[in-house]
Design a protein around this ligand. Structure first.
Ligand SMILES: Nc1ccn([C@@H]2O[C@H](COP(=O)(O)O)[C@@H](O)[C@H]2O)c(=O)n1
Ligand SMILES: C[C@@]1(CO)OP(=O)(O)OP(=O)(O)OC[C@H]1O
Length: 168
């Protein structure tokens, strides 16, 4: 790391969190992956709770509000929107503000279905959307041991953190 000297004041962290309800008759899209399941997430967009949490983490890092401010859920333009495209637009905004995306990590809280088979595909989709290496994108999954709304399979939540660096 000796050759990677940087001004610590150029670093920013961001945190994002999102929840969507599980309902019948919707696809379950997580990190851009169409996960086979009996129910899917309800939302104005494709309700990709993971992509939304990551987008909000990026926006937190630049103190840029949140995705609801950028892409209002009252705007028909975002009805059924591909959330990876919204995430790509947010990543472009981060770079336009003078920041590079160094690292992103995330957790999905879902009692079901089993998500580990889709983890790497989600990482690849998120990385491509943000224009970063897949090595710099983490996705994890946890149940909540049947506790809370995720545990009762009423919904799925996701949380994400990111590290940004202002270009010199
Ligand atoms: N929807 C999920 C939830 C969990 N996993 C994987 O199972 C592991 C154990 O989960 P616990 O909640 O019992 O700690 C977890 O670390 C994940 O690898 C999963 O794939 N999909
Ligand atoms: C993604 C957006 C797009 O209108 O809508 P939803 O899919 O409803 O998702 P949510 O996280 O509730 O709000 C953010 C909105 O920007």
């Amino acid at each position: 790391m000796a050759d990677r000297a940087f001004d610590p004041a150029s670093l920013r962290i961001g945190q994002g969190f999102d929840v969507h309800a599980l309902v019948e008759g919707r696809k379950l899209i997580l990190g851009g992956v169409d996960v086979p399941h009996t129910r899917g997430l309800l939302g104005h967009s494709d309700a990709d709770v993971l992509a939304h949490a990551v987008a909000d983490a990026l926006l937190g890092g630049i103190r840029g509000g949140d995705i609801g401010k950028l892409f209002p859920d009252t705007d028909p333009a975002y009805e059924g929107a591909d959330s990876l495209k919204l995430l790509a637009a947010v990543a472009d905004k981060v770079r336009a503000e003078g920041y590079d995306i160094l690292d992103v990590d995330s957790v999905i809280a879902a009692q079901a279905p089993k998500l580990s088979p889709y983890r790497d595909a989600m990482r690849e989709n998120l990385a491509r959307a943000m224009g970063v290496s897949v090595e710099n994108v983490g996705v994890k999954a946890t149940t909540t041991e049947r506790l809370g709304f995720e545990g009762r399979e009423e919904g799925i939540s996701a949380t994400a953190v990111c590290l940004l660096c202002r270009r010199p």
